[in-house]
Design a protein around this ligand. Structure first.
Ligand code: FAD
Ligand code: SF4
Ligand code: SF4
Length: 475
């Protein structure tokens, strides 16, 4: 085995081929190709099988990374797939969209001066290969149990919990207000990061496993939380966070100033071939427009890169700090720049200008001042530095907060924090309502897919314990 591994000294790090930007701009397909078998084996063989694998420690799912890298290097792909799936409900999705530079790969310590093992790309390769070879099968539980669990939200947290509970044999029902399952995997994250059939084959498998999806079902409109509590033995709230953080500047009420998620949802629906009146009438289509996106996180990156693909005349990303201090991933900034996006660093919006619709963003230059309470240098406006940027579509990408869930659900008794996230006991994952659990962004605040999966898995096992105790008490 040793001769198959520890190749980091003789082999350079290599990512799968990246499509050229001219080709990327023609469609919403993924940017990175997939390894071929030789490429995956070679890159996996760079792992030095650390005794204390920091990659594993910094993966929120505790993936057994060195083990599946070794199995890949040995061409034992089916075993690698089983190993990767034992800790992760959607490894090929994480392999595509985890910010690996901040998680597993950022903590890969093969040796000073050698680049990290390309863990995410190998994970994607292993599990895509498993799908193609028919190794990914529907779940067949060892027994059918009478108890049922209702899950509100078909995002990664809800789907991971559903899978874990179905494996045991519970009757699982997922309710989602959208017409497709997947949460932000389908309607937030654009296809150039995550193609949609990668998500639908996962949700399709859950359906084939006997999980019932109730789509176009908004809890609070089609049924209340109380109705669902009466129907099921336990409930999981996994509704994510959707309220865009506002901006209080003059002119913010003008036409064609839109929230990032409205814009991305419309674009993703168009990608499915749906009728989207707001897109067709031009309001949410960037084609031919001067687009200004305000914000510096990954959502802002997704908006600017969507706008260039829609054929915008110009696309600017306005961010109040500099490149080194932006929250979005460096890899995504590089991709956006290659695709023609202009970053306007150290700039803050002062006002939106226009009659009925926005025609310009007035902005001022910023400089980084003294560190604030978090230790980050606080940006402050440079006096007399105002300037105008042409703008026919402004997109606000300033982060997300929870909706008012107790009001939305018609359940004022549900306890939430002052930020609106659901309060849970961190061990039992149960809210203040008996048998009602919560997981994912609605507990953590806006986070990552891999953390939502982790929370969903933990909630699945907490619900199992709760139902077993309930049975034992009734016996
Ligand atoms: P969600 O995925 O938000 O799913 C919640 C589901 O609940 C939705 O389907 C919603 O329709 C449903 N729902 C809400 N209210 C109700 C109701 N009342 N009744 C019925 N259903 C309801 N993370 C990464 O790791 N990598 C990335 O590249 C990345 N890119 C992102 C890009 C964008 C634009 C955004 C917005 C987020 C991104 N994230 C990324 C973050 C990631 O998508 C989330 O952290 C993750 O999806 C949270 O999962 P969740 O299951 O908690 O919630
Ligand atoms: Fe890395 Fe994410 Fe995969 Fe964990 S799940 S190994 S963090 S890519
Ligand atoms: Fe392999 Fe890097 Fe993990 Fe070490 S830290 S086990 S070299 S992937």
């Amino acid at each position: 085995m040793a001769e198959k591994l520890l190749k980091f000294v003789s082999l350079d790090q290599q990512m799968p081929t990246k499509r050229k930007s001219e080709s990327r701009l023609q469609d919403f397909d993924e940017v990175y190709a997939r390894f071929d078998i030789a490429g995956a084996e070679k890159q996996a063989s760079r792992c030095s099988q650390c005794g204390v694998p920091f990659c594993h420690i910094h993966c929120p799912l505790g993936n057994n990374i060195p083990d599946w890298l070794r199995l890949t290097a040995e061409n034992r792909l089916q075993d690698a797939f089983l190993m990767a799936s034992s800790t992760n409900n959607m490894p090929e999705i994480c392999g595509r969209i985890c910010p690996q530079d901040r998680l597993c790969e950022g903590n890969c310590v093969i040796e000073k001066d050698f680049d990290a093992v390309t863990i995410g790309a190998v994970e994607k390769y292993i599990v895509d290969t498993a799908w193609e070879n028919g190794w990914v099968k529907p779940i067949s539980p060892p027994t059918e149990l009478d108890q049922s669990v209702g899950i509100i939200g078909a995002g990664p947290a809800g789907l991971a919990a559903a899978e874990e509970l179905r494996k045991v044999g519970y009757q699982v029902h997922i309710y989602d207000r959208h017409d497709r399952a997947g949460g932000l995997l389908v309607y937030g994250i654009p296809g150039f990061k995550l193609e949609k059939d990668v998500v639908s084959r996962r949700t399709g498998r859950l359906e084939q496993s006997g999980i019932t999806f109730h789509l176009d079902f908004e809890v609070g409109r089609e049924g209340s939380l109380t109705d669902l509590r009466e129907k099921h033995d336990a409930l999981l709230i996994a509704t994510g966070v959707y309220r865009g953080r506002g901006l209080k500047v003059p002119g913010v009420g003008l036409g064609n100033i839109r929230e990032a998620l409205d814009y991305l949802i419309a674009s993703n629906k168009k990608g499915f071939g749906d009728d989207v009146p707001e897109f067709e009438n031009g309001n949410l289509d960037a084609k031919g427009k001067n687009v200004v996106v305000i914000g510096g996180g990954d959502t802002a990156m997704d908006c600017v890169r969507t706008a260039v693909r829609q054929g915008a005349k110009s696309v600017k990303c306005v961010y109040r700090r500099d490149r080194a201090n932006m929250p979005g991933s460096a890899r995504e900034v590089e991709n956006a720049e290659e695709e023609g996006v202009e970053f306007v660093w150290l700039t803050g919006p002062e006002a939106f200008v226009g009659d009925a619709d926005v025609s310009a963003v007035r902005a001022y230059e910023m400089r980084l001042g003294a560190p604030d309470g978090t230790g980050r240098q606080a940006p402050e406006p440079v006096p007399g530095s105002s300037f105008n940027m042409d703008c026919d579509l402004a997109i606000l990408a300033l982060g997300f907060e929870p909706e008012d869930l107790p009001a939305l659900f018609g359940a004022p008794e549900l306890r939430v924090t002052r930020w609106g996230t659901v309060t849970v006991d961190h061990e039992s994952m149960m809210s203040n309502l008996d048998g009602v659990f919560a997981a994912g962004d609605i507990v953590r605040g806006a986070s990552l897919v891999v953390w939502a999966i982790r929370d969903g898995r933990d909630a699945g096992s907490a619900i199992k314990t709760f139902l077993e105790n309930k049975n034992a008490a009734a016996a």
